[in-house]
Ligand binder design. Structure first.
Ligand code: SAM
Length: 482
């Protein structure tokens, strides 16, 4: 029997089933232990330091106790602290991105995913480079600067060379004032050599959802294809890091397995990356299972309510304060609105989950991966964020300046975000407003920018930000590297 060892490179030792089960038992035994819960909450609070702000984070055991706790006042405290951490490290900024589906060819048999090989109801399609260009132009014309590319796993149709060619095409398109400045990649687990190629191609974050940390369920949910190999999949982030990618994004697909098990596994995975590579995950995504072609989510027993989903998100915020949390358009405007106060720092906007869905705007598109709940335009999402006090950010500066991995984490910890990220967010928002926004959104946006400029602590930084914003508005722009 494998034993628990967060520093091990073997999946069954760092995501150790015995340790997860003991954690769940410990959490259950302590879910009404007010003294312990108060101590954990106290530990999770952000604290001011001479140079900025710090936050201890929580171990998977501590965080699991909070997730198990059902005492209303304590749950309320979890939510309050989640909001405080979000404010302390990310401020009121929300980073915006969109997925770009390159190909739905797939050789796997994942039973929850419409791309599964046996699904004959979904037309298979792979974008040509000309079609990639058209998609990118459509995305740029909305105002997007940051993409997450998505593809099924198919070594013949979507080999790494195809993915690399697409990345090159995406970065090469400059339509009007448009540019995609960061391409994140969500493709199947691969080799160190291929991760190195992705790194060399200039990708941002490598994202791979674990789907489930429960090995037995994993094997049943992925009955055929290369993804069936639980260890290879679970150890993918270690190979990505070995290949030089230091921004990696974790996630589980909530609804497949019991959420408390998944939560403990997710935090243990984050602890493992920190223990072995000295840097935790850059992001954690919180996707929930959705209806799709040939997929009925009701056939899966572990669906979670909105309330539990919110609690999970808040507990992630407390456990890993320096990790961004991503919520996609799988979720409705209402749920997304609530999650934004519980620690989410990135949202997608105006997403199409179909291959070719941006340039061919009709809906529903026949290759859609799953139903999206939030179908608003990017302009609407941006205005909605601002009306609710959030600053939409299209900034990619950290990545472009090489502040990835532990260098990003130290910026986060230094509390310099208001002097660094905030002006960049305002400048990229100005680009969006000037180039792509409706009159109504412009009005809300420029009023917000005035208010937010005043919050920049350093006079010199504020003056430079104002000067740059004026340059962008007068179209006298240069590449500011944000
Ligand atoms: N092929 C890659 C892989 O195997 O990891 C990733 C690409 S896939 C397009 C991205 C993610 O979509 C998957 O990791 C899975 O979590 C999610 N997904 C699949 N089916 C889904 C469904 N029915 N509802 C919501 N999300 C789903």
């Amino acid at each position: 029997m494998a034993s628990y060892n967060p520093k091990s490179l073997h999946a069954e030792e760092f995501i150790n089933d015995g340790e997860i089960r003991e954690t769940l038992a410990y959490a259950e035994a302590n879910k009404n232990n007010v003294e312990l819960i108060d101590a954990i909450l106290e530990k999770a609070r952000p604290r001011k330091t001479a140079t900025g702000c710090t936050c201890a984070g929580l171990t998977h055991r501590e965080a699991s106790v909070l997730l198990a706790c059902e005492i209303p006042e304590k749950v309320q405290k979890i939510y309050e602290i989640a909001g405080e951490i979000k404010q302390a490290f990310y401020g009121n900024r929300i980073v915006i991105f969109a997925p770009l589906y390159l190909s739905n060819y797939c050789v796997n048999g994942c039973v929850y995913c419409p791309y599964h090989m046996k699904n004959k109801t979904i037309p298979r399609r792979k974008l040509t480079q000309e079609e990639v260009r058209k998609e990118v132009i459509a995305l740029q014309d909305m105002g997007h600067k940051r993409l997450a590319i998505e593809a099924g796993e198919d070594p013949k149709n979507n080999p790494i060379e195809y993915i690399l060619e697409c990345i090159k095409t995406i970065y090469s398109v400059n339509h009007k004032n448009g540019a995609i400045r960061r391409v994140n990649v969500n493709i199947a687990a691969t080799t160190v050599e291929n991760y190195r190629k992705l790194k060399d191609a200039g990708i941002g974050t490598y994202i791979l959802f674990q789907e489930t940390y429960h090995k037995e369920s994993y094997l049943q949910l992925h009955p055929t294809g290369p993804k069936h190999d639980y260890d290879y999949h679970t150890e993918a982030m270690d190979r990505a890091m070995e290949g030089g990618i230091d921004d990696v994004g974790l996630g589980v697909l909530f609804g497949l397995e019991l959420y408390k098990y998944e939560f403990a596994g997710l935090i243990m995975h984050a602890e493992h990356l920190e223990a072995v590579h000295g840097v935790g995950p850059h992001t954690i995504s919180v996707p929930r299972l959705k209806r799709a072609s040939d997929i009925d989510p009701d056939q899966f027993d572990n669906g979670i309510s909105d309330e539990i989903f919110e609690k999970i998100t808040a507990c992630i915020r407390l456990a890993v304060p320096y990790t961004g949390i991503i919520v996609s358009t799988r979720e409705s405007e209402e749920v997304r609105g609530r999650l934004l106060h519980l620690g989410v720092s990135q949202v997608s906007g105006a997403s199409r989950t179909s291959v070719g869905g941006y340039a061919e705007a009709e809906r529903p598109h026949d290759t859609e991966q799953f139903d999206v709940s939030d179908q608003r335009s990017l302009d609407e999402v941006v205005r909605w964020l601002m009306e609710n006090g959030h600053v939409p950010s299209f900034c990619t500066a950290c990545y472009r300046e090489g502040r990835t991995g532990d260098r990003f984490m130290s910026l986060c910890k230094s509390g310099q975000i208001l002097n660094c990220c905030h002006p960049n967010a305002l400048m990229t928002l100005t680009e969006f407003l000037t180039d792509y926004a409706s009159e109504e959104t412009k009005k809300v946006g420029f009023e917000m920018i005035e208010r937010e400029l005043a919050r920049i602590p350093k006079d010199k930084v504020r003056a430079i930000a104002r000067e740059n914003i004026e340059a962008i508005r007068s179209s006298n722009r240069r590449d500011f590297r944000f």
